[in-house]
Ligand binder design. Sequence first.
Ligand code: GRF
Length: 207
Amino acid sequence: MTANLAVLASGRGTNLQAIIEAWQAGRLPVDIVGVVSDNPDAQALERARAHGLRAAVLPAALYPDRRAYGAALVELLKSWGTDMVALAGFMRLVDPVVVRAFPNRILNIHPALLPAFPGLHAQRQALQYGVRVSGCTVHLVDEGMDTGPIVLQAAVPVFPDDTEETLAARILKEEHRLYPEAIRLLAAGRLKVEGRRVYISPEEVTL
Ligand code: GRF
C-alpha cells in the first residue's frame, strides 16, 4: 500500500528536496500529493513545481485565527487524499484540529536533539548553551511545540569554532538523510507508538 504524503514548508525547502529525491529514487513507499506553504515566496514551492508536484499557498493572514487556518489546511489536505504529512521547515505551530485529523501521521524535523532546544533558533541555542554534541530529531507531531514522540535522531559534534551557520550546515546534512528514512518507516507501517516511545518493527522479507 502506498501512503499519500503532503509536505508543508515555509522556506528554502532543502528537506523537501531530499524527500523528493528519495521518492524519485524509489526509496519511499509514498505518492507525494502536493506541497503547501504559508509563504508565497517559499523556494519550496518552486522546487515542488520543478518536479511537477502540486504546490499550494495558504497564507495565514487570510484566516482570523489558528483554528480557522488549521481547518482550512485540513480541508485542503483531505481534498488531496492526504494520509500522512511531513512538516519540513513549516514555521507555524499546527492547530490541534490538524493533529487530530492525522493522528500519529504527521512528522516534523527539528535541528536539535530534542528535548533539548525546542522552538526557534535551535542551533543558536545549542551554541549558546555550550553543548559538545547536537543533531536533529524527527518526531511525530502532537499538540505541543516539538514535544511529540521521537522517531529518529542523529548526532553531530559541535566544535569550538562553530558558528550558527557551520553547525546548521553539519546538522542539515544529517537531516537530509534522516527525514526520508523516517518517512519511509511511517509510510511502511513500521512505527508503533506506545506513550512517548516509538518502536520500529523490522522489515518484512518476502521470499
Ligand atoms: C531545518 O533546519 C529543519 O530542521 C527546520 O527548519 C529547517 C528547514 O530547512 N525545521 P529547509 O527549508 O528544509 O531547507
